[in-house]
Write a new protein. Structure first.
Length: 529
């Protein structure tokens, strides 16, 4: 049975907020969605090495390190990608096509409580910063990285800020949509309802949420203030924020940018908190990391720019016209009138019936005296004959905004779709070319007679949904073929280097490229014998 007390009503109204903070929907995925362990980007072949690390709290963290297949132990700069609160290491796939070609390795992981890693709750950066420290210690112990940079989004960006404030060894950071103060975020979410709630009720709600979070996840909401770490951070940082972000308001990124001690750059785009980032931002962020990590490693950075890619050339301020703070001092949260005495409310007595119009006016006045607005008070008086019911109705309607916040796991590209979106060519086709050529050679380099033909190196098949026809959301009835041009069996065999006569013979014998290559190889081996 629901708690009818005043405190109980506040608890019921804001109970979902603690879940939004420490237990949003988990991004669950299969191992197959990590894609092939070996793949091609452009003219280079890369591989994914999966590993596990143990967090300071004893949770097993699932990690992946993407490195060049050729000379994998050579020392190179490394970017650690840190995902958001409803996400996982799959989020890093959007950045792989722009980071790997710049001769940067990429390390990503499911932070504790996320993805396939152990842990029940997340902490929006508090415990995740310790997970990151474990990753950095591992990378530095391998002696295979020259310099390290961080690329974090949302929770991952906060994690990066907390670590950058104490780690002078980091070469650079890309920080996408971080918050400066978790308590302020919670207050802003609470105040986003249909009716503005008096500050003393907000404070009570936040305190209840604080206790719940501390009990379950072991950290204090009031102490998670990344903006206090920003003035200690010395490494260069590129900040990114969506001007239409309604979850973590853009002023948080602006305030952190203003407080950052090291070199700082700010970029603004559209797309909301969980939207796909524009290509120009991904390109610029990658160039930023490549240049700073290369400089820290004492090597010349390899920067790339696609034809037609555009990006801002200077900082874009967030002005007050967009509802964003531009003050040079850190934002400390909404101001409250501390001199005004809070009304003392006793709701333990029997409900007071108010049927006459003058009684409704009295109820409206009492609600206004409590701190509710005139419109809210008048509307509540229509729905309840007493103060207790009116307050409950107002709390219910003010908390409905929280249920409308989109907390679904962010949509991520697979490795296949990320590469296709970047250069228009299927990664699955590239993988086929890579594995067959690696294992069978070409006609110019015949297979040695004593060499055993290996199977194709497809460690994880591309999920069926990755090759399903793409649907235009604006026109669901219009389907687009995902088969790239020039991928018939004959054309793929010719691309692999086989002669036309051999291709025609294999096409008559086999239905797939793999079977055709195996058949041609057996024919070659027979001829050589």
């Amino acid at each position: 049975m629901a708690d009818s007390s005043f405190v109980g009503r506040i608890t019921d109204a804001y109970s979902m907020l603690w879940k939004m903070i420490i237990r949003p929907p988990r991004d669950v995925y299969s191992l197959e969605e990590l894609g092939p362990a070996k793949f091609r980007l452009g003219k280079r072949v890369y591989e994914r090495k999966d590993l596990q690390l143990k967090s300071p709290r004893g949770f097993m963290l699932e990690c992946s390190h993407f490195i060049p297949s050729k000379a994998p132990t050579a020392k190179r700069p490394c970017v650690v990608y840190l995902h958001g609160n409803c996400s996982s290491r799959l989020e890093a796939f959007d950045a792989l096509p722009v980071l790997l070609p710049r001769d940067l390795t990429v390390f990503c992981l499911d932070l504790a409580g996320s993805g396939r890693s152990e842990g029940e709750y997340i902490s929006l950066g508090h415990h995740e910063e310790k997970d990151l420290l474990v990753v950095l210690e591992h990378l530095r112990a391998t002696n295979e990285v020259t310099s390290i940079g961080l690329w974090g989004r949302s929770m991952g960006a906060v994690t990066s800020i907390l670590r950058a404030g104490d780690d002078l060894g980091l070469a650079a950071c890309v920080l996408d949509s971080p918050f400066g103060d978790l308590k302020t975020v919670a207050e802003e979410l609470v105040n986003r309802g249909r009716f503005k709630v008096p500050q003393f009720i907000v404070n009570m709600g936040i305190e209840l949420i604080r206790n719940e979070v501390c009990t379950r996840a072991g950290f204090d909401v009031n102490e998670l203030i990344p903006i206090k770490c920003a003035p200690r951070a010395q490494c260069p940082a590129l900040f990114g924020v969506a001007s239409d972000d309604t979850f973590v308001l853009p002023h948080h990124t602006q305030d952190l940018h203003n407080a950052w001690a090291g070199e700082r750059v700010l970029r603004v785009f559209d797309g909301g908190h969980n939207g796909v980032r524009p290509a120009w931002f991904l390109e610029e962020a990658s160039d930023f990391l490549a240049e700073r990590l290369g400089k820290a490693a004492g090597t010349k950075a390899k920067t790339l720019r696609r034809v037609g890619a555009v990006s801002p050339t200077e900082d874009i301020p967030l002005d007050d016209d967009d509802g964003m703070a531009c003050a040079s001092t850190p934002r400390t949260g909404p101001k409250t009138n501390s001199t005004k005495a809070r009304p003392q409310i006793s709701l333990d007595g029997p409900a007071r019936s108010i049927d006459k119009p003058e009684k409704k006016e009295s109820l409206t006045s009492e609600l206004k005296h409590m701190g509710f607005g005139e419109e809210a008070s008048a509307e509540a008086a229509k729905h309840s004959p007493n103060v207790e019911g009116a307050v409950a109705w107002l709390l219910k309607n003010s908390s409905e905004a929280l249920s409308n916040v989109d907390m679904r796991p962010a949509g991520h590209r697979t490795l296949n779709s990320a590469v296709t979106a970047h250069d228009g060519e299927s990664a699955a086709l590239d993988l086929l070319r890579t594995t067959t050529m690696d294992n069978l050679g070409s006609l110019d380099n015949p297979i040695e007679t004593n060499r055993q033909v290996k199977p194709l190196l497809v460690a994880a098949p591309v999920p069926a949904r990755d090759v399903a026809p793409a649907v235009d959301k604006a026109n669901p009835s219009a389907k687009r073929s995902v088969e790239p041009p020039g991928t018939s069996l004959m054309e793929q065999l010719q691309y692999l280097g086989f002669e036309q006569a051999q291709c025609e013979s294999a096409a008559r014998q086999c239905l797939s490229v793999e079977a055709a290559v195996e058949w041609l190889s057996s024919q070659r081996a027979t001829v050589q014998l």
